[in-house]
Design a protein around this ligand. Structure first.
Ligand SMILES: *Cc1c(COP(=O)(O)O)cnc(C)c1O
Length: 415
């Protein structure tokens, strides 16, 4: 009798647990189970799948903030009257990150953006305004042909003249090609790729800067760094010089929040100098009590809070550990692929390994991103080694490739 009661109690507890896991909507529940499973082998895209925000959501709901409609419209870096916003935290976030990109505390402006693309939109828009304000001339945008397409899209949207500069085999803008296509009579708006989308190449900023320096007659220069992915982890490594505003002389930088930082929906950072901020077009908006520099009116108030939460709960040391692990696992993946003689390549500083494309079922299972380049034998795929791509998972992946290679070899030996 007593045993039955225990069993019934256990069953009740178990059923409650199951109920708690379902929404009551079949379509939604099926979708959850499909993606919970697929997440285990997602290798091809640069989103950190270990989203560390459970404690944040718990706090948010328990504090009753889920029924407060917040909005960060306005400039977080100037003093605003109290509004239902999280701008005080947004400012903390910019002040935490600014020194990591080597901006001085009193010479910085920034916002939490809606995405890396939003950051590039601001970089190119601010850059074009800055150059026109300083010179009264229309700038030309220079960007490599392997840079993220958002830069070309944004330049098109802003009706700017763009010169696509050829990149080398590994995906870096070729300095000599930049030199050839520079118009020295017009201001230059450089977008540096950090890195290129498929091969993970980082433009050689120092070499490109030397090209610019060799033409002192250019009316003005502005450099924006599109550092959506690498700008997340490089500040926490010994290669942090690559993302130094002072060493690399860029005016602005854009970073994604949902890539390295693992924020569970799109957001990012945009950071620039005060000089850039001061040289923008004025839009005085009295009802927002300020001069609106940023492109968007309403802005997300939740993302700055999530960023702020991560600064408290993970912080510099945690991110440094994660960056180290990613670097080690990238080297490990490359080494294991070399060991089975699977043709593969990786750029310096990069957590992307690209390689001969495996069979369609492996591409699908591991959601590999695909590319094509004759220089590397044609069909390619890549893995972006984020925090969730551990050595154990790499071992399983490489074992599957090995099996495929052995199968292919056997088939070839048949008469
Ligand atoms: C991912 C990425 C982007 C686009 O960023 P979103 O946050 O997806 O808008 C732009 N540039 C680079 C280099 C990227 O890696």
């Amino acid at each position: 009798m007593k045993r039955n009661i225990i069993i019934i109690t256990l069953l009740l507890a178990a059923s409650q647990y199951i109920v708690a896991q379902t929404s009551g909507y079949q379509k939604l529940d099926e979708w959850v189970s499909v993606w919970k499973e697929a997440q285990k082998t997602t290798f091809g895209y640069p989103a950190n799948q270990i989203s560390p925000l459970h404690s944040f959501y718990k706090w948010y709901v328990e504090a009753g903030m889920d029924v407060v409609n917040l909005n960060n419209a306005g400039d977080p870096m100037t003093d605003n009257p109290e509004r239902l916003s999280s701008q005080a935290f947004e400012r903390d976030v910019i002040e935490f990150f600014a020194p990591l990109y080597d901006f001085d505390k009193d010479d910085v402006w920034g916002i939490v953006t809606h995405s890396g693309t939003d950051g590039n939109n601001h970089g190119i828009y601010f850059g074009a305004n800055y150059l026109t304000n300083k010179t009264n001339l229309e700038p030309i945008v220079y960007v490599s042909d392997e840079a993220h397409y958002s830069n070309m899209r944004v330049a098109h949207l802003q009706d700017l003249e763009v010169r696509l500069i050829k990149s080398d085999k590994m995906g870096r803008m070729i300095p000599e090609e930049l030199d050839k296509s520079l118009d020295t009579l017009r201001p230059a708006l450089l977008v540096y790729a950090m890195g290129s989308t498929f091969k993970g190449a980082i433009d050689d900023q120092e070499a490109l800067n030397r090209v610019l320096d060799s033409h002192p007659g250019i009316p003005a220069v502005y450099r924006h760094v599109d550092a959506a992915l690498f700008g997340g982890y490089l500040p926490f490594t010994s290669d942090n010089k690559m993302v130094s505003h002072k060493a690399m002389r860029f005016e602005s930088i854009a970073i994604s929040g949902h890539k390295f930082f693992g924020i569970d929906s799109p957001c990012g950072l945009f950071i620039c100098t005060r000089d850039v901020y001061e040289n923008q077009t004025d839009f005085n908006v009295t009802y927002l009590n300020g001069n609106m520099r940023m492109i968007n009116c309403s802005r997300d108030a939740l993302q700055p809070l999530k960023f702020w939460w991560l600064i408290q709960t993970i912080g510099y040391d945690g991110w440094a550990r994660q960056a180290k692990q990613m670097k080690e696992c990238t080297a490990y993946l490359k080494q294991q692929l070399d060991a089975i003689k699977w043709p593969c390549w990786a750029n310096e500083y990069s957590n992307t390994v690209f390689f001969r494309r495996p069979s369609a079922d492996i591409v699908k299972k591991y959601t590999l991103a695909q590319g094509y380049d004759e220089n590397f034998g044609g069909e390619l795929a890549h893995v972006v080694v984020m925090q969730h791509v551990t050595k154990e998972k790499i071992d399983n992946f490489v074992a599957e490739l090995k099996q495929q290679a052995e199968c292919a070899e056997k088939c070839c030996q048949k008469p």
